[in-house]
Write a protein that binds this ligand. Structure first.
Ligand code: K1U
Ligand code: ZN
Length: 172
């Protein structure tokens, strides 16, 4: 088990379109286990491979509330095969943009097709927080961050603050 370092924006590695996984083997399973461990430690409710410097189409989510049993979901090559016309607006955060939050509008319900940790094809219908989280993570696989949905003014304020934080960390 290993904690993986999370990449902070702005970083070109967060703007890359990820490539499909060809085979779900033990190395992929080990990587997804490390991603889950990293997500729980952060703490977060989701994590995508590019956030830890990997260009494969892999995401993990767990939207269980505090006190509930964990409900980890590991998705390889996830695709949205149906989205509701109804949209939801909800506040989102991002482990690559720590301490920044904004409202994002997305389809409220989605059907997602993916390969599970055994390489088996699965389809789930997600709503609520899981729908928002899975769409946020799948955006990461396209190089899209939640700030890309904001006005240029709001996006630039957040990215400027992130650049300043990086400079301060480098100087420390
Ligand atoms: O992809 C990421 O950066 C993870 C991100 C996922 C996400 C959050 C909110 C809406 C959509 C997607 C996070 O997990 S940010 C941290 C967070 O939301 C959280 C942390 C601790 C407890 C509860 C939530
Ligand atoms: Zn994110």
């Amino acid at each position: 088990m290993a904690l993986l370092p999370i990449i902070y924006a702005p970083d070109p590695r967060l703007k890359v379109k990820c490539r499909p996984v060809e085979t779900v083997d033990q190395a992929v399973r080990d990587f997804m286990r490390d991603m889950l461990e990293t997500m729980y430690a952060a703490p977060g409710i989701g994590l995508s491979a590019p956030q830890v410097g990997d260009t494969r189409r892999i995401i993990v989510c767990d939207v269980a509330r505090e006190g509930e049993d964990p409900q980890p979901i590991q998705m390889v090559n996830p695709e949205i095969v149906w989205s509701s016309d109804e949209v939801h607006i909800a506040e989102e955060g991002c482990l690559s943009l720590p301490d920044h939050f904004a409202e994002v509008e997305r389809p409220g319900d989605v059907r997602i097709r993916y390969l599970d940790e055994n390489g088996e094809a699965q389809e789930i219908e997600a709503g609520g927080l899981l729908a928002a989280c899975a769409q946020h993570e799948m955006d990461h696989l396209e190089g899209i961050l939640f700030v890309d949905y904001l006005s240029p003014l709001k996006r630039n304020i957040i990215l400027r603050k992130m650049k300043k934080l990086k400079r301060q960390k480098e100087a420390a």
